[in-house]
Design a protein around this ligand. Structure first.
Ligand SMILES: [Zn+2]
Length: 198
């Protein structure tokens, strides 16, 4: 069964921003159901795969478990429903280079107004898709080893997998719905993040 991506709420987004993030949702669903997604997630070069259990204990997961959590759409503490649930609050107080802030295991997360507005204006759907899977992986329970200090982890590498697949689809199909602004992509590469823990 394909994995679906469902937007529950986009708080304080304009209509244009809602439509744009809706397109990003559509292409994120394409990416997570792409034939090579599973193998790419299984073989990504993880330095660590830390996951915070609901009780607070930190464990490491195997790549097969990472794939299962994504394909089953399991937010921490929810059932395997095959649905990746997304809920975002637009936050004008989050300034570049910070993109977003997620409390692990919790929806909604907060995303900076600057990022939402720039992606919408530039027609960049790949960067919000990459951002959404990154933050959703925190909602699922994955944490960074140390804030911003250690990038080869699940949230960053799966975000890179999504971007890589979408770039390939865009190159093959010249699909104008799938587009990346290199300035925004670079801002995402430089981004810092505030997490409720870790
Ligand atoms: Zn993160």
């Amino acid at each position: 069964m394909p994995t679906s991506v469902n937007i529950l709420e986009l708080s304080d987004f304009s209509l244009a921003e809602q439509q744009h993030f809706g397109r990003a949702r559509d292409i994120l669903a394409l990416a997570v159901n792409f034939p090579s997604f599973r193998d790419r997630v299984l073989t990504a070069p993880y330095k660590e795969t830390y996951f915070r259990l609901e009780g607070g204990r930190r464990i490491s997961l195997k790549p097969t478990e990472i794939v299962q959590i994504i394909s089953d759409g399991i937010e921490r503490g929810t059932a395997a429903d095959g649905i990746i649930d997304i809920s975002i609050r637009k936050d004008p107080t989050i300034e570049e280079p910070v993109v977003g802030s997620t409390v692990p295991g919790k929806l909604p997360w907060r995303t900076g107004s600057w990022f939402i507005e720039r992606c919408t204006t530039a027609g960049d759907t790949i960067s919000p898709a990459r951002h959404m899977i990154h933050e959703w992986l925190h909602v699922a329970g994955f944490v960074h080893k140390r804030q911003n200090g250690y990038r080869n982890d699940v949230a960053y590498l799966v975000g890179d997998v999504v971007r890589g697949i979408l770039r390939e689809i865009a190159a093959q199909k010249s699909d104008h719905q799938i587009s990346e602004d290199l300035g925004i992509a670079a801002a995402l590469d430089r981004s810092l993040e505030h997490l409720g823990e870790d």
